[in-house]
Design a binder for this molecule. Structure first.
Ligand code: 0X9
Ligand code: ZN
Length: 436
């Protein structure tokens, strides 16, 4: 067990009297739309985490003395057999009626829905026409635009500069992961005139921000089921959704631990690599554009993760990644005191295959990080961040992203960081991962 895992486990054991492993937040086998599937509460008691892990349930929240999970009929039978009582909560986890007033921020409050994001990004482009250009990298399954904002000193031109890619919202319920890249974009633009270091970074690079890669899932998470994770693909078995962060063609489906062939699973990898339009659009964009660094924002856990995800074996560039992730972690802690532990994805958290960051690293041979935003654990809110925390979580990530941009500019200037499809093709043969 890594130091990170053990400290997490100890913190949770103190709070709850039981231990949840980080892996326990991954698998859920049921879909709330299927008959008999519902969110249920299980009163907290010592030893509960262990029992739940063996039942492969997806812990959603801890609230007022109970742990909430999604469970189908079979899951509930197994819970009863394990001697665990459960109850059906009446008023929480309800779908929101469509009549809720969007003018008042809607049920998502200060968080951005798809249309609110579109308005916000259009506004940034209008306010900073010389620095920002709004575009779309493709369409989601339900035909929403996958919005991208390019930030640079001549956003209309393709300059010979380092490209940096910041992506949020792979997973629908991780609302904070949309806000942070969006706020980073806004802060870079706002700071351009007054902060010379921001001006140098923006002048010397091309920063692409794609805050919401899964708009269909996010809308579903706002209006129907807050804890939705995947996209909204209608699967062959009647269930819904593919896990977008299991759908990239890097060691796709190499085992059933790091992703699942079961369409009902929360980590369903899809029928084939790049079966989903959203990762496919990102693939085409990355191959077209070329990048010197990428960050994928997720939540929760407060981690800065680097490849590989698909294995616990070290990546060829592990030492470089370790130093970079460590530096970013220090910069975040210097702002807020919050610790984002740095480590290898497949070693410190759990293995996952078909992962976006692995695919970018495998193809471009550049740093590709996954940042798991706050909170640190389920007890502190899990996927639910207070609206009041959006600004501080975004703010603490600013110096880290500035350092990443700085290092990408350095790497690009020294010729060690590729920038284009030629590199992709060459890099493909150099690493153990596949790319197409
Ligand atoms: O499982 C994922 O896709 C990410 N975690 S999340 O809770 N946001 O879903 C982790 C991605 C990095 N990959 C691994 N740690 N294996
Ligand atoms: Zn995620």
């Amino acid at each position: 067990m890594s130091r990170r895992k053990s400290s997490l486990a100890i913190a949770m054991a103190i709070c709850l009297g039981f231990v949840l492993s980080p892996a326990a937040k991954t698998p859920a086998r049921t879909d709330p739309e299927q008959t008999g599937t519902a969110v249920i509460g299980i009163p907290l008691r010592p030893g509960l985490a262990g029992s739940l892990r063996s039942l492969r349930l997806d812990p959603l929240a801890v609230w007022k003395g109970a742990l909430y999970v999604r469970a189908g009929e079979g899951d509930r039978r197994r819970l009863r057999a394990a001697g665990l009582a459960s109850f059906e909560p009446r008023d929480i986890f309800r779908a929101v009626p469509r009549t809720a007033s969007e003018a008042e921020g809607g049920p998502n409050g200060a968080y951005h829905s798809y249309s609110e994001l579109e308005t916000e990004m259009t506004g940034l482009q209008s306010k900073y026409p010389e620095l920002a250009k709004l575009t779309s990298i493709g369409l989601s399954l339900e035909n929403r635009r996958l919005l991208a904002l390019k930030i640079s000193d001549h956003p209309g031109l393709e300059e010979d500069e380092a490209g940096i890619l910041l992506v949020g919202g792979h997973h629908a319920r991780e609302w904070i992961s949309v806000e942070v890249p969006l706020q980073i974009a806004a802060s870079l633009l706002e700071g351009y005139d007054s902060d010379p270091s921001i001006r140098d970074l923006v002048n010397g690079s091309e920063i692409w921000v794609v805050p919401m890669l899964n708009p269909d899932g996010l809308e579903y998470s706002i209006w129907s089921y807050r804890y939705w994770r995947k996209n909204r693909r209608a699967n062959a078995d009647g269930s819904f959704g593919v896990d977008l962060n299991r759908n990239y063609d890097c060691q796709w489906g190499i085992d059933d631990v790091g992703s699942s062939p079961d369409p009902e699973s929360e980590v369903f990898r899809g029928p084939e690599a790049f079966s989903e339009p959203e990762p496919k659009a990102l693939r085409d964009f990355v191959l077209r554009q070329g990048f010197s660094a990428a960050v994928f924002y997720h939540s929760y856990s407060q981690l800065i993760l680097y490849p590989w995800s698909w294995t616990s074996e070290p990546a060829p560039k592990r030492l470089e990644f370790e130093a970079l992730a460590g530096k970013l972690s220090e910069l975040i802690a210097a702002v807020s005191g919050r610790i984002y532990a740095a480590g290898q994805s497949g070693e410190d958290l759990y293995t996952s295959n078909g992962d976006a960051a692995d695919w970018v690293y495998a193809g471009l041979d550049v740093p590709a990080l996954t940042i798991e935003l706050p909170p640190v654990d389920l007890v502190n809110g899990g996927f639910l961040n207070a609206e009041a925390d959006i600004a501080s979580i975004s703010g603490e990530n600013m110096p880290a992203v500035q350092e990443l941009i700085r290092s990408a500019i350095r790497g690009y200037a020294s010729g060690s960081r590729g920038h284009g499809a030629t590199v992709v093709i060459r890099a493909a043969g150099r690493t153990p991962a596949r790319i197409r």
